[in-house]
Design a binder for this molecule. Structure first.
Ligand SMILES: C[S@@+](CC[C@H](N)C(=O)[O-])C[C@H]1O[C@@H](n2cnc3c(N)ncnc32)[C@H](O)[C@@H]1O
Length: 307
């Protein structure tokens, strides 16, 4: 089964549902066989999916959110301890409150990496829409039909962690700042790698991620990429400011018609310093791979505001 369906994280802005699209672009644009670097990892759905399909030789991930980084580090390199912590965790509001202390961490203490990794997974699977800084599904009163554990199926999650861990020998995971990593990368030869860059959204970033970007960060990213000595592919929410920042680069606009209980169309920009092949413009139907809970997602805004 493809990693799209086995990714343990239910990540806001995940590109997992577009894996086939990215696989086609990588093949057609001649990037296959190289290492993929994903400096804004999130659920790393594209990198890990391409690795699983054998289209890239290895994966290098960077992530700035300590709990998301700790989850991936633990999943790949402390797998048995993470599995045991999933097996034994009590999925309850009391645990949610007890783990809250890890949300204050700005870095990951070496001796607490698995606890932080579990906390990352726990908040991702028990919060509204997988948002780490949101409130718990079912609210603090747990009076809704969907309780805190409705997306935390231990057996299923353990299977997913075991499946991704199998890729670990070809994965590197770093806690750090993407912009610094992207700058540093130009100091070495990069013929055997390409970069897939999926920064926090321009309009929705603050709502979805604890670490998100101000306008100046988006500007800095554009400047770093303009000077890069490597091939990069960037995805963004379609916005005229982003089109402006990347004027002169290859830009492709894609629409997705999401099919779930709520129909919605979203537009995305794909930008690259290389001329990409395999990018057909137009509308693509993307199916959700798990039944969504619209009532839960509709509460996202209030939950984030209240957190
Ligand atoms: C749009 S999401 C990436 C989604 C990912 N492509 C996926 O398929 O799940 C952006 C990610 O960048 C992370 N992030 C935000 N600021 C960062 C920074 N300065 N350096 C590295 N990662 C950062 C966020 O925590 C979030 O996980």
């Amino acid at each position: 089964m493809a990693i799209t369906n086995l990714n343990p994280l239910r990540y806001p802005g995940s590109k997992g549902r577009s894996l086939d699209f990215f696989a086609n672009v990588v093949r057609e644009s001649g990037f296959n066989g190289r290492q993929i670097v994903e400096p804004y990892a999130g659920s790393a759905s594209v990198s890990l999916g391409l690795l699983e399909k054998g289209l890239v030789s290895s994966v290098m991930l960077f992530e700035r959110d300590p709990l998301v980084f700790a989850f991936w580090y633990s999943a790949f390199f402390r797998t048995q301890e993470l599995l045991e912590s999933i097996r034994t965790v009590d999925v309850s509001l009391d645990t949610w409150k007890a783990l809250d202390v890890y949300r204050q961490y700005e870095t990951v203490p070496e001796d607490q990496i698995v606890q932080c990794g579990l906390a990352g997974l726990f908040f991702n699977r028990t919060n509204f829409s997988g948002v780490i800084h949101a409130g718990p599904i079912g609210g603090q009163s747990q009076s809704s039909a969907y309780g805190i554990g409705c997306r935390f199926n231990k057996v299923d999650l353990m299977k997913r962690v075991e499946a991704v861990a199998e890729l670990g020998s070809n994965v590197e995971v770093y806690f750090g700042d993407a912009l610094q990593a992207l700058k540093d990368a130009s100091l070495v030869q990069n013929d055997d790698r390409f970069f897939y860059i999926d920064p926090p959204y321009y309009t929705q970033g603050k709502k979805l991620y604890r670490y998100h970007y101000q306008f100046s960060d988006h500007e800095n990213l554009a400047a770093v990429l303009a000077a890069a000595n490597y091939d990069w592919v960037l995805s963004y929410d379609a916005h005229s400011v982003i089109e402006f920042l990347y004027d002169g680069m290859n830009q492709y606009r894609r629409s997705f018609r999401y099919s779930s209980r709520v129909q919605k169309v979203e537009e995305e920009l794909l930008i690259s310093n290389a001329a990409l092949s395999g990018v057909e413009e137009g509308t693509q139907l993307v199916l959700f791979d798990e039944v969504d809970v619209p009532e839960v997602d509709a509460l996202l805004e209030n939950a984030v505001a209240a957190a």
